[in-house]
Ligand binder design. Structure first.
Ligand SMILES: NC(=O)c1ccc[n+]([C@@H]2O[C@H](COP(=O)([O-])OP(=O)(O)OC[C@H]3O[C@@H](n4cnc5c(N)ncnc54)[C@H](OP(=O)(O)O)[C@@H]3O)[C@@H](O)[C@H]2O)c1
Length: 377
C-alpha cells in the first residue's frame, strides 16, 4: 500500500480508503448489512494497509455506523482512522448538532471521532448550519475531545466551495472527483485550491457510484488500444492518484473481489505516473461518454431566471448524467437532494419564455417533460 500525508494534519493515510456506504446487504435491504461478508472485506483491506474508513450517519439507513462501532471495538485496531458525517440537511438548531454527535459517538462506541465532516455542505443547507452556529459547535467538539479533526463533504458549485474553504480552519475536504468530473462541482480547480491551503483532500465517488466500472463496448474499445492493459476501474483510480493534490480516494466496495482488485491497484498509485499518451486516452474516453449527451445545454443561463424558479440548466445536467452513465438511480438521488423543490422540472408551467432566450434553440418545454419522466416526478 502507498501512503500520502493528509494535508496539514500530517496523518499518513493509505491512498485507498474504504467507503462504507456500499457494503453487501441481505435481501436487498440497505439496512441489513451482510456482516460476515463485510468483515471479510474489511479484514482484507486493513490487513493489506488500508487505514481509513469513511462512513456517515445516513449510510445503510444508520446501520453502517452501528456495524463499524462493533467491528472496530471487537478487532481492537490501532492506527486505523474513521471519518463520519453529520446530516446537514436535518440541522436547524445548535441542539441538533450536539444531539447528532452524541448519538454518533454512542453508535460508534467511542469517546472521540477522528474526522468529523459536515455532510454535503451546500448553499441550500448553509443558512441553517450558520444559524445553528456550526463553527462554534465544531470548536467546542474539538475542545471537548469529541472529535480530532474537522472537514466537510461537498456537492455544489466551485465558487461556493472556494468560499467555504476560507470560512473555517478545516482539516480536510471530501469532493466528488473522477476523470469525468474535472470541471464539475469543486473539480480539479477546487482540489488545487484546497490542497494549496494545506487541507487534506479526499475524493469520493471515484467510479461515479460504479458507472465507470461497467462501461459500454464502444468506450471499452478505446481502453483496449492502451499499451498497458488496465481494467476500467484501474484506469479511473490511477487517473485520480496521478494528481499529487489528492491524498486519498474513498471507493465504495460491495464484494471481496472488488477489495482485492482495488488494493492491488493502489500498490501502483504513484503521483504523476501516467504518460501523456495515457492521459490522451482518458480524454478520448471522456469525449466518448460526452457524446451520449441528450440535451445540448451549455449552462449559459440565458434562459434564467425562470418565473417559477425552475433551474433549467441543472435539470438538464442531471438528465444528461443519467443518460451518459446509464444510471438513473444514482442520478435521481442527486436530482432530488441537490435541487430545491421549485428548481425541479415538474414546476414548469410551459409558458415558453425560456425558449425565446435559449441560444442553442433547445425545445426546453419538451425536454423538461423528459426530465420529469426520467426522474419519475
Ligand atoms: N459525503 C458525501 O456526500 C458522499 C457521497 C457519496 C459517497 N461518499 C463516500 O465516498 C465513497 C465512494 O463513493 P460511492 O461508493 O458512492 O461510489 P464509487 O466508489 O464511485 O463506486 C462504488 C461502486 O463501484 C463499483 N466498484 C468498486 N470497485 C470495483 C471494482 N474493483 N470492480 C468493479 N466494480 C467496482 C461497485 O459497484 P457495485 O456495488 O454495483 O458492484 C461499488 O459499489 C462512499 O462509499 C462514501 O464513503 C460520500
Amino acid at each position: 500500500m502507498l501512503y500520502r500525508k493528509l494535508g496539514k494534519t500530517g496523518v499518513e493515510v493509505s491512498i485507498l480508503g474504504f467507503g462504507c456506504m456500499r457494503f453487501p446487504t441481505l435481501n436487498g435491504k440497505t439496512e441489513r448489512i451482510n456482516q460476515d461478508q463485510t468483515r471479510k472485506m474489511l479484514n482484507y483491506a486493513l490487513d493489506n494497509g488500508v487505514n481509513f474508513l469513511d462512513t456517515g450517519y445516513t449510510y445503510h439507513n444508520g446501520a453502517s455506523e452501528h456495524f463499524l462501532g462493533r467491528y472496530l471495538n471487537e478487532e481492537d485496531l490501532k492506527d486505523v482512522y474513521l471519518s463520519t458525517k453529520i446530516p446537514s440537511w436535518n440541522i436547524t438548531r445548535r441542539e441538533d448538532l450536539d444531539n447528532y454527535l452524541d448519538e454518533q459517538l454512542n453508535k460508534l462506541q467511542t469517546d472521540t471521532i477522528d474526522f468529523y465532516l459536515v455532510h454535503n455542505l451546500n448553499q441550500k443547507y448553509w443558512p441553517h448550519l450558520e444559524k445553528a452556529d456550526i463553527f462554534q459547535f465544531l470548536d467546542d467538539a474539538l475542545a471537548d475531545g469529541k472529535i480530532k479533526y474537522t472537514g466537510f463533504s461537498f456537492h455544489d458549485e466551485l465558487e461556493f466551495f472556494m468560499e467555504v474553504v476560507d470560512l473555517y480552519p478545516w482539516d480536510m475536504i471530501m469532493v466528488q472527483y473522477s476523470y469525468m468530473d474535472e470541471d464539475y462541482q469543486a473539480g480539479r480547480e477546487g482540489i488545487r485550491y484546497a490542497s494549496s491551503q494545506g487541507l487534506g483532500v479526499a475524493v469520493m465517488e471515484p467510479l461515479r457510484g460504479g458507472a465507470l466500472a461497467n462501461i459500454p463496448e464502444d468506450i471499452q474499445i478505446i481502453w483496449n488500444k492502451a499499451e498497458t492493459r488496465r481494467s476500467p476501474v484501474e484506469w479511473a483510480l490511477q487517473y485520480i492518484w496521478d494528481n499529487p493534490d489528492i491524498d486519498i480516494v474513498f471507493c465504495g466496495m460491495s464484494t471481496l473481489k472488488q477489495v482485492h482488485d482495488n488494493v492491488k491497484y493502489a500498490m501502483d498509485g504513484y503521483p504523476e505516473k501516467l504518460t501523456s499518451n495515457e492521459k490522451y486516452m482518458v480524454k478520448e474516453v471522456k469525449m466518448a461518454f460526452k457524446d451520449r449527451i441528450m440535451v445540448d445545454c451549455t449552462s449559459c443561463g440565458y434562459c434564467m431566471p425562470c418565473s417559477e424558479g425552475v433551474n433549467i440548466p441543472k435539470c438538464f445536467m442531471h438528465y444528461n448524467h443519467a443518460n451518459i452513465y446509464d444510471d438513473v438511480e444514482n442520478e435521481s438521488m442527486h436530482y432530488f437532494v441537490l435541487l430545491k423543490d421549485e428548481e425541479r422540472a415538474n414546476n414548469c408551467i410551459e409558458c415558453g419564455e425560456c425558449e425565446n432566450l435559449c441560444p442553442q434553440m433547445i425545445n426546453i418545454k419538451q425536454e423538461l417533460k423528459k426530465v420529469r419522466k426520467t426522474f419519475n416526478e
